[in-house]
Design a protein around this ligand. Structure first.
Ligand code: HAM
Length: 423
């Protein structure tokens, strides 16, 4: 016997019951994005590897060790399964000159791929919804991106998602800070772990968000980035904070928040929940004014965020519990000629807009009724030889104590909507 084949580690099936929660989530998120004037864009899952090297940065975890990359031997191209959407979205905007009429707000959704060590909330294939505001210098748009997230959490009924906010200034300000930070790390090198030592020169700012307590001790007394910011950067941050205050959005300033992608400047933020264990960040983003030029476009200010769908779905399920999905009606039938009658009747109801499942696979009347109940349907529609002869159907409510009744086929759709409204 051959061995069974399983899904790739870190890449998950979303089974029907959970997929319902996804569909509901996606419908709400898409409507919410459109309400804020964001328009959908769809980019390929595969991009030239160079795009991510240049956009995300050579010295990041993603580019160093998490990308699914390969060479297409047929034409010698180096390709990568996208680890995130911002680089692709900006590439597409440049390639199609999308900003020729002015700034644009865009959203995208879909799977992203990172070869991380899988654990709860961290997968190798995961889904993101991302929003990118291209061509806006902010800080009004930075505030809008944050305020709109706060609204979404509220509308989804998710509580306790806190906002962590920071500003990382301009590249020049960061370069000056970096020099002094490296000097501080060098004098405390004994207390750094292997990871921090490795990053000390390649990406010293990432040492700031090390989880190692000893490394955090080594950082006490380290210079703070805020002290290196000039007037313009400070004003941008102050204006953003004022807008957030006027919108009533609370936040904590986390001076160690630097994010894992190199394209950011000024505003960076993350939304974090404590209800998810170690992988609590449900959404992250910020401003990336340098990215267009970095990948060959005209300098263009921009900002955005992306949220992790699996993590938000996990939160939703904690709040709401498992939903009880089901169609409006389940059609059961028994007796000669009833299959054809039931078949056309079910299709008439679907044409009228109802969700109707027709029993398939035979079985006794009793077993069919069990299936109707298990389907979660509100009503069983029963077709026997009597109903067939009379041109009627028996409608039996499955979730309420109302009595069953015979309904002429011609008025079934109307009666069904009355029943569903009452129930
Ligand atoms: P990111 O922080 O790398 O940012 O990812 C955004 C979100 O995707 C995270 O907050 C998390 O919820 C989810 N996520 C990331 N990695 C995984 C994983 N391995 N498993 C499950 N969920 C994950 C970006 O990707 C930027 N492109 C965001 C952005 C858009 N910045 C500006 N515009």
């Amino acid at each position: 016997m051959s061995t069974t084949i399983q899904a790739v580690r870190g890449m998950n099936d979303v089974l029907p019951e959970e997929a319902r929660v996804w569909l509901d989530f996606e419908a709400r998120v898409q409507a919410w994005l459109e309400r804020y004037g964001y328009h959908n864009i769809r980019m390929p899952l595969v991009e030239p590897t160079q795009l991510f090297r240049r956009a995300i940065g050579e010295a990041t975890d993603i580019v160093e060790k998490e990308m699914y990359s390969w060479r297409d031997e047929l034409n010698g191209e180096d390709l990568t399964l996208r680890p995130e959407g911002t680089a692709s979205c900006v590439r597409a905007a440049i390639e199609h000159n999308l900003l020729y009429e002015g700034p644009k707000r865009l959203w995208y959704a879909g799977p992203m791929y990172r070869h991380e060590r899988p654990q709860k909330g961290r997968y190798r294939q995961f889904y993101q919804y991302g929003a990118e505001a291209l061509g806006y210098p902010g800080p009004d748009v930075d505030a809008e991106l944050i305020v709109m997230c706060a609204r979404l959490w509220r509308e989804l009924g998710l509580e306790g998602i806190r906002l962590e906010l920071n500003t990382i200034g301009s590249p020049d300000e960061r370069a000056r800070y970096r020099t002094d930070l490296v000097r501080h790390l060098e004098t405390n090198v004994d207390r750094l772990d292997a990871d921090a030592k490795r990053r000390m020169y390649s990406n010293p700012l990432r040492v700031l968000d090390s989880k190692n307590a000893l490394v955090q001790q080594a950082l006490s007394g380290a210079p703070t980035l805020t002290d290196y910011l000039g007037e313009a950067s400070l004003a941008h941050f102050a204006d953003l904070r004022r807008l957030l205050a006027s919108a009533g959005v609370e936040y904590v300033i986390n001076p160690r928040l630097v994010r894992g992608l190199d394209y950011y400047n000024l505003t960076v933020f993350e939304w974090v929940s404590d209800a998810l264990g170690a992988q609590g960040t449900v959404c992250g983003g910020g401003r990336y004014d340098g990215l267009f030029a970095q990948i060959g476009g005209k300098p263009t200010p921009a900002a955005g965020f992306a949220m992790g769908v699996e993590r938000l779905i996990a939160l939703l399920q904690q709040v709401r519990g498992a939903p009880r999905p089901g169609p409006h009606a389940y059609v059961v039938f028994q007796g000669s000629g009833t299959l054809e009658y039931a078949f056309t009747l079910a299709d008439e109801l679907r044409a009228a807009g109802f969700a109707v499942v027709q029993h398939a696979g035979g079985g006794s009347f009793k077993s069919q009724m069990k299936k109707a109940d298990a389907s979660g349907a509100k009503l069983a529609l029963i077709v026997g030889e009597d109903e067939l002869a009379a041109g009627e159907v028996t409608a039996k409510p499955l979730r309420t104590a109302q009595p069953q009744q015979r309904v002429p086929r011609g008025v079934l759709a109307r009666r069904l909507s009355e029943f569903l409204q009452d129930g």
